[in-house]
Design a protein around this ligand. Sequence first.
Ligand code: PLP
Length: 386
Amino acid sequence: MAESGAPATVYFDHAATSWPKPDAVLDAMRAAILDAGGNPGRGAHRLAVAASRTILEARGSVSKLLCVPEPRDLVFTAGCTEGLNLAIKGLLRPGDRVVVSSMEHNAVARPLNMLAAAGVIVDVVRADQYGRIDADVLERVVAQSRTRAVICQHASNVTGSIQPVGDLADIAHAAGALLIVDGAQGAGHMRVDIGALGADVYASSGHKGLLGPQGVGVLYLSPEIEPEELKQGGSGGNSEDPMQPRLRPDRYEAGTSNTPGIAGLGAAARYLAHNGTGIIRLERDLTARMYEGLLGIDGLRVLGPPPGEERAPVLSVVHERIECDRIAFELDRNYGIAVRAGLHCAPWAHESVGTLESGALRFGIGYGLTAEDVDFALAAMRAICG
Ligand code: PLP
């Protein structure tokens, strides 16, 4: 029990944002504010220089973790949404055709819906009942007409399905198209080697599997592409130039950076460099345990890939009689279990797997959870659904 008398929080909402964060993240953010509190890239005094160094080190740490060959190709953003907006709006022009998976989050769907109104042609490839995109099906759609870009998530925030992004990179490139990957549910939850993956764009949140704070994200842009920047403004250098500099990463990071957030993300990346493999293994084991347990509860449909297939640590369920909001409320009030219910900002994905009406109750598994927590959540589910 927490001091207030309410049950202590058992946090199963990692797919939304990870919590708690490693102590190293908090320490780095505090140090950034106290000891590196100048404006990065602006000024030669010690606090400004320390801020610049903090960002440089963080860019190096995150690039190393995600195997980005040149750190200047890794842009810090405010989150995955901002990175995807930058890539989508910066690369697509009226008349371009884009092939996109039906599992995409609104961070992809909404910018595309807006661009469709301005003349971008959007062709959607439907996922199967498990929320998986078939690379052969996508290849056939790409072949139908000249394609500028393929957009697909690394893993689904609704079903946990892992998409074949390596194959999609080959398919896109063979057709002369770019591959844009939404890695919000990928980075940190699975090993990501951006150099080997071959995607032209990989956007991710800093605050989910990467264990950084909210308000920070990463965007990899291959050296071969030059998307228009989303915003123009101060970059700390060449102030006499009336136009935005083309140098990376400055071009895409106008305005004062979120130094404390970036410091936290850098520390998280260094933490994951040491502990990430163990965390991924544990998440896999806990996901399998939770999946098994959920399958045994009467009246529950578990979304996503069938047992035995690799999946991201996301488990969504729908009960045949009890609304998911009701279950989420009871889990929180009576057990202190934090989950998310509803459409998870991904109506396309719900439409694909037949849960647009009901929504789903989602357990997002991640850092800090234990087998005991999983068993506790399963017992709570049995009591509520029984
Ligand atoms: N894409 C997917 C698949 C997501 O799950 C999310 C967040 O839930 C996003 C994009 C948006 O990420 P952010 O909150 O970092 O903008």
